[in-house]
Ligand binder design. Structure first.
Ligand code: MLT
Length: 404
């Protein structure tokens, strides 16, 4: 008899964005004339930067020749891309990251989900609340989460609320935790931590021999000087943090798929006897076994982001979305809504008029034909909020705000 992984049976039936997609399709089916504006899932709308397109065309042409053809590539990515990452994403901020500490992959979603493979089942996990659902769901799948309680929290996960009352800065957990997921600029709230606020977490991890899984997928949207671009800007972080980056929102790669994860060689985890193991070796071993690398053509496209034209084009894309975010912020606060985020982030976190998240989601969908993401879908502390993304076109963003 084949046995199922029973942890999957504990999960709510649908992944958050799949459930939203289902509700929207159903509504559209019943109301075919409704002009729906999508500000729910953070999917981009602008085309890929020209520099990336050109580089990918060239790579396709290379693949058409016997000299240029490539089969399996290095599982952890080609050195040409790792070198650019090391130089432009880290050296620029005074951080030394070696190429063999960079693992190119197909998405921060998969890497933040898969990283649990190299961590023990008995780790005590801490997440902010609200939180990107992948961190929680993958720990449920792995059997680290315990059971779902009536309050919407998993019994073995430590939740650190972030809300207007604490200025969206999580407090250190009261109980001892060993793995902490932090995402800044934050998905879903769009808020950030300053250097000194992030240092508190690095110091905690150093003191408790804990690990921080730092999701920096929205780094390119940072506009304020005191917001760190990388956790490694904080002293000691290389010993206790893994960082995830993505080209999805920055360069329109949501469908093209390319990202990377940094696992510094000095970052360790321990066995029961207290012996330390380098996570870099474990992640390499995991990737070589389960992953065959991001396609060469895609990595050449990503490399082009670091050319002069690429940098300019990406900046334009980011500014376009940040401008949309500003429109959303200004329009909704003029209507009397409390709004957060959207300054260093493409996400605007909006307090509803007092109705619960799903009711407000339904109201906006049915009455205004606007798709949002209900805050409670990101965790119990998201109740009473919805998230709007700035990833639509300028015209549709303006139209949505006019409808509200
Ligand atoms: C979101 O809407 O939160 C993101 O698009 C999800 C993701 O990047 O996987």
């Amino acid at each position: 008899m084949v046995h199922i992984n029973e942890n999957f049976a504990k999960l709510p039936a649908g992944y958050l964005f799949t459930e939203i997609g289902r509700r929207v399709s159903e509504y559209q089916r019943l109301n075919p004339d409704a002009q729906i504006i999508r500000m729910g899932i953070g999917d981009v709308t602008l085309p890929l930067p020209k520099a990336c397109i050109e580089a990918m065309h060239n790579a396709v042409n290379e693949m058409a020749t016997s000299e240029g053809f490539r089969g399996y590539g290095p599982e952890q990515g080609y050195e040409f891309l790792q070198q650019k990452i090391s130089h432009y994403d880290y050296k620029k901020y005074g951080v030394d990251i070696a190429t063999d500490e960079i693992f190119v992959s197909d998405g921060a979603k998969s890497d933040t989900g898969n990283i649990g493979d190299i961590l023990g089942i008995n780790n005590k996990i801490a997440v902010t609340d609200p939180v990107y659902p992948v961190y929680v769901d993958t720990n449920v799948m792995a059997g680290r989460a315990g059971h779902l309680q009536a309050d919407g929290c998993w019994s073995n996960i430590v939740y650190m609320p972030v809300n207007a009352e604490n200025n969206f800065v999580p407090d250190l957990p009261k109980e001892d935790v060993s793995v902490i997921y932090l995402c800044f600029p934050n998905n879903p709230t769009g808020t950030t931590l300053t250097r000194s606020q992030l240092k508190v977490w690095v110091d905690y991890a150093l003191e408790h021999k804990a690990l921080i899984l730092f999701d920096a997928a929205y780094e390119a949207f940072i506009t304020e000087a005191d917001v760190p671009h990388s956790i490694y800007e904080i002293d000691g972080a290389k010993k206790v943090a893994i960082e995830f980056r993505s080209y999805s929102k920055t360069a329109g790669f949501t469908g093209t798929r390319c990202s990377y994860t940094v696992v510094p060689k000095e970052c360790v985890a321990y066995d029961d006897s207290g012996k330390a193991y380098a996570l870099n070796n474990f992640w390499r071993r995991r990737q070589c076994t389960k992953f065959n690398g991001t396609p060469y053509i895609v990595q050449r496209g990503a490399e082009a982001i670091y050319t002069e034209e690429g940098q300019q084009q990406v900046k334009q894309i980011v500014n376009y979305y940040l401008h949309n975010a500003q429109i959303i912020r200004n329009s909704l606060s003029a209507k009397g809504f409390a709004v957060y985020g959207g300054i260093n982030s493409p996400y605007v976190w909006v307090k509803t008029d007092g109705t619960d998240s799903w009711k407000f989601f339904d109201y906006l969908l049915h009455e205004k034909h606007i798709v949002t993401t209900p805050g409670v879908g990101f965790g119990p502390s998201g109740e009473g909020y919805v998230r709007l993304t700035a990833f639509n076109t300028l015209e549709k963003t303006q139209e949505a705000m006019a409808r509200i």
